[in-house]
Design a protein around this ligand. Structure first.
Ligand code: SF4
Length: 385
């Protein structure tokens, strides 16, 4: 047996004995494998499992998912972030349902043609569902191979080398188990910090372990600078148990999801100056609470301030319920307040019952995080009729 074959043999044997029970591992259905892989690109197995189960319960087949509305899919996806993945999920389900009679392509190449399915996901589905000999390379596999063979650079040239080694290492007769074993090893044993080398099934083959150089592999990537944005959310509450909400329609984060009316600025705003502008829209109000926190997305840092206000009059609010009109409702004053943008438009701001917020509207994590704050949740509950 060649060395690569021995490594793979030992890896697969370890996997068969120690693999975790996961609901999608009981199936080879490409729909279920696809769904689980897309969810697991966003989160860990423990957090992702309830999402997977919820999706399968609501949409047991690709036909069911294809018939769902975007709102339903976004609501189920809520909390996972990166919402374009959820939109791609729906788009691909509709394509498979309409153009492929509900049957997923049965090869790596065919799967790559589908929207939202990249090399990694195509390799995972092709190997697990169809036993095709293609190697998966995700973050876990990268790390294992980088340490196993002491591969330094992870950019371009390094990635090509790792991919080549992943293919050479692949157990051609058991690609499904081999790929899952590599990912499982990276996730349970060969962790980014403090890998459990003493119980690693392939430690005798590992060059980084042999030379005591694990901390050097994989090399640290230089982090891209994250864009900082200032989000000022106005949370206008009414005695009727309602609050104003807005739907985001621009090509930006959280497209087609709902937030409280939002004003983006170039820097932190001076509260009183903002309140003058808010008064022009909502009339008199009482400030109940101001909450600030930082919310980190993959490429952006959001510095959020939530202004919870209780409206005193309905006179100004009536104009919000006028027929569609795209003219800006909010008179922006860029020079004094440094606004970047606001979503205060007559056509996309509407009142909703507070108690129905979570069940009826897709809300990004920043909004649900705010609503889960004890003090905020008490304010909201006191107004729910
Ligand atoms: S010996 Fe340690 S560093 Fe090497 S593959 Fe195993 S867990 Fe990873």
């Amino acid at each position: 047996m060649k060395n690569n074959e021995i490594v793979s043999y030992e890896l697969v044997e370890w996997f068969q004995n120690y693999k975790r029970d996961m609901p999608w591992r009981m199936s080879k259905d490409p729909y279920k494998i696809w769904l689980s892989e897309i969810i697991l690109q966003q989160t860990q197995v423990i957090q992702g499992t309830p999402y997977y189960l919820k999706f399968i319960e609501c949409f047991p087949t690709v036909h069911h998912l294809a018939r769902a509305s975007e709102e339903e899919v976004l609501r189920l996806w809520q909390g996972l972030g990166y919402y374009s993945r959820a939109r791609n999920l729906l788009h691909t389900a509709q394509f498979v349902h309409t153009h492929l009679k509900g049957v997923f392509p049965d090869s790596y190449k065919g799967l790559l043609e589908l929207k939202g399915i990249g090399e990694y996901t195509a390799a995972a589905i092709a190997s697990i569902s169809y036993n095709e000999s293609v190697a998966v390379v995700d973050g876990n596999v990268n790390r294992v191979i980088s340490r196993l063979f002491q591969i330094g650079a992870l950019q371009n040239e390094g990635k090509t080398i790792i991919k080549k080694l992943a293919i050479e290492l692949l157990n051609k007769s058991k690609p499904a188990d081999h790929n899952q074993a590599m990912m499982e090893l990276g996730s349970l044993i060969c962790k980014p910090k403090n890998p459990k080398c003493t119980i690693c099934p392939i430690s005798v083959h590992c060059m980084a372990y042999r030379d005591n150089l694990i901390q050097n592999f994989p090399p640290k990537l230089i982090k891209k600078t994250q864009r900082v944005r200032y989000f000022n959310f106005i949370v206008p509450l009414m005695n009727t148990g309602k609050v104003f909400l807005t739907k985001r329609t621009d090509n930006d984060i959280w497209k087609n999801m709902h937030t409280f009316p939002l004003i983006e600025s170039n820097e932190e705003l001076e509260h009183n100056a903002l309140f003058i502008e808010v008064g022009k829209v909502f009339g008199n109000f009482e400030v109940l609470n101001i909450t600030t926190f930082k919310h980190i997305l993959s490429h952006q840092i959001l510095k959020a301030t939530f202004y919870m206000i209780k409206l005193e009059t309905h006179s100004k609010i009536q104009i919000l319920n006028e027929p569609l009109n795209t003219s800006p409702l909010f008179a922006l004053n860029p020079t004094s307040l440094n606004f970047v943008g606001a979503t205060f438009k007559k056509n996309n701001i509407f009142e909703v019952e507070i108690k129905r917020l979570r069940e009826q509207y897709s809300l990004p994590r920043i909004i649900t995080k705010y609503m889960e704050n004890k003090e905020i949740s008490a304010f909201l509950s006191s107004l729910c009729l």
